[in-house]
Design a protein around this ligand. Structure first.
Ligand code: PXP
Length: 244
């Protein structure tokens, strides 16, 4: 069964909107850990639009919290990761003007760059997951870099407007997952997953981790954070058992 990685970025988005010190993403991380989620994910963006450096340090200090640090493959972030020592880094492409991460890394265009980077992280004992689109070329290139995992971008699946498009996008995720697994990579997935669309993805047995944020924090506005996390855990668990 896939584990849930709760992404708490958008708790910080709400805080940054008013420059207050609430709501606190660290509290969201603490609640998640108490509920037994497998990991807490934060994306420390270069423009610091939501999560701040101090959030990462405080979440790192939560006992029993497995921290997945999402970051651009930029030297500033690499140095922060070396200091903070997350349990895993997920490398993502970043553009300042984007609303959220758009598309996966182009690993096949720069395999040497990622090979060297992965070696540096391995030297520090930090496993690397590469966020890539579910495409054969990207998966094959990722395997050659020595990364431990790939996170398959589910944006195309999540944003599909018709059943047919959704089925086509889901088939791509499944095919990419099988290929990644056969090449020795751990397989994660995420982006745009919500309470309505998570089931078919969570039912893909190969997947080890699903990183989900926006839908959980959005639901929390009305239902509360803990019930929203619990419900997402329930959906993933029941999909993993083959029933919803
Ligand atoms: N995985 C990656 C690599 C991401 O960049 C994001 C967004 O920060 C997520 C998962 C979570 O996406 P969402 O907030 O749409 O659930």
């Amino acid at each position: 069964m896939a584990r849930l990685g709760v992404n708490v970025d958008h708790v910080a988005t709400l805080r940054q909107a008013r420059g207050t010190d609430y709501p606190d993403p660290v509290r969201a991380a603490e609640i998640s850990v108490k509920l037994g989620v497998s990991c807490v994910t934060v994306h420390l963006r270069e423009d610091r639009r939501h999560i701040q450096d101090v959030d990462v340090r405080r979440i790192r200090a939560i006992r029993g919290c497995r921290l997945n640090l999402e970051m651009a493959p930029a030297e500033e972030m690499i140095q922060i990761a070396f200091k903070t020592r997350p349990d895993q880094v997920t490398l993502v492409p970043e553009r300042r003007e984007e609303l959220t991460t758009e598309g996966g890394l182009d690993v096949s265009a720069k395999p040497e760059f990622f090979k060297i980077l992965n070696k540096r992280f391995r030297g520090k004992g930090i496993p690397v997951s590469l966020f890539v689109d579910p495409e054969t070329a990207q998966i094959e290139a990722s395997a050659q870099t020595g990364a431990e995992a790939v996170e398959l971008n589910t944006a195309e699946y999540s944003e599909a407007k018709t059943k047919k498009d959704s089925a086509v996008a889901l088939a791509k995720v499944k095919k990419a997952a099988r290929l990644a697994k056969s090449l020795g990579l751990a397989v994660h997935a995420g982006h745009g997953l919500n309470y309505d669309n998570v089931g078919p993805v969570a039912a893909i047995k190969i997947l080890e981790e699903l990183n989900i944020g926006h839908s959980v924090v959005s639901r929390a506005v009305f239902d509360g954070f803990a019930p929203s996390v619990r419900e997402m855990m329930r959906l993933i668990k029941s999909a993993g058992k083959g029933k919803r």
